[in-house]
Write a protein that binds this ligand. Structure first.
Ligand code: IYR
Length: 284
């Protein structure tokens, strides 16, 4: 019997073990390949311009905060029995607004108070890893609009999955973003992926995205309390260009962009319903 005939007859007889070996080889190959590529990322996610090198952080161990004795906690309005109900009444009236009046323009001091409130949010190891950029300048708003519309055109036509575009249809959105030049203020919220210590070395910023998102939530509540309207936008693929436009450092990554002001008189909103308490809350 020829050698190749011998191999093929053995393979044919032992085909179940051959298949098992092939399967094991395939699994092993995939595990090794996945490991070599590092963690998977959502393909539409913006690539970090700068890969964080954790080894390059502060080498001497230093607590993020000064080690001081704790102080007594003085409760504020914590005992208000109607507080939650009143807050619910206020916040349930909030809607995402996409059509803004250029005037009247709210006082900058009101925006400052809202951002002050946002700055009271809890953060990982109290690192406060956020930067709020407030844009009032018309030319700058125009440049922001151009960057966003250019990317959103590609997003809607190529990057976003057909299901995503379909899901957005009831909201009547598209790549044209008039609110970016109409709204009297744009607030660009950046998360800081790391900070700088007193000695100028990189300082770890724990849970910087969660912390900044919580802070942004506080801002939404404060704006609502101030009688202002806004829209949470997350302009896909615009982060680096907007960061350079505003000359922000590379440790700051754009998380959210909010147009802020008053709605146009004829402004409409989608006819949405909210989930019931029983749909969002489970009691044990
Ligand atoms: N960023 C786009 C698309 C968009 C995405 C989601 I998710 C929305 O809830 C709304 C819009 C835009 O702003 O048009």
């Amino acid at each position: 019997m020829e050698l190749d005939e011998l191999i093929s007859s053995k393979l044919l007889k032992n085909w179940p073990s051959f298949l098992i070996c092939l399967g094991l080889f395939w699994i092993l190959k995939n595990v090794i390949y996945k490991r070599s590529r590092g963690p998977q990322r959502f393909t539409l996610e913006e690539p970090d311009e700068e890969v964080e090198d954790l080894e390059d952080l502060e080498d001497e161990l230093q607590p993020a905060l000064e080690e001081k004795p704790h102080v007594a906690f003085v409760p504020g309005q914590n005992l208000n029995p109607n507080g939650a109900e009143r807050f619910y009444q206020l916040i349930q009236g909030r809607r995402s607004i996409r059509s803004f009046r250029s005037d009247p323009k709210p006082d900058l001091s009101v925006i400052e108070d809202c951002i002050r409130a946002a700055g009271t949010a809890p953060s990982g190891a109290h690192t406060e890893p956020w930067t709020y950029c407030v844009v009032e300048d018309a030319e700058l708003k125009q440049s922001i609009r151009e960057i966003v519309e250019q990317e959103e055109f590609i997003n809607y036509s190529q990057r976003m999955h057909q299901q995503w575009v379909t899901d957005l249809r009831p909201l009547q959105t598209n790549h044209v973003k008039e609110y970016l030049t109409d709204a009297p203020y744009l607030i660009l919220i950046f998360k800081q992926t790391h900070g700088l210590s007193k000695t100028g070395k990189r300082k770890r910023h724990y849970y910087n995205e969660i912390s900044t998102s919580i802070s942004a939530g506080f801002l939404l509540c404060a704006l609502q309390a101030a009688g202002l309207s806004t829209l949470v936008t997350t302009p896909l693929n615009c982060g680096p260009a907007l960061r350079s436009l505003l000359k922000r450092p590379t440790n700051e990554k754009l998380l959210i962009l909010l147009p802020v002001g008053y709605p146009k008189i004829d402004c409409t909103v989608p006819d949405l319903e909210r989930k019931n308490l029983s749909d969002i809350m489970v009691t044990f």
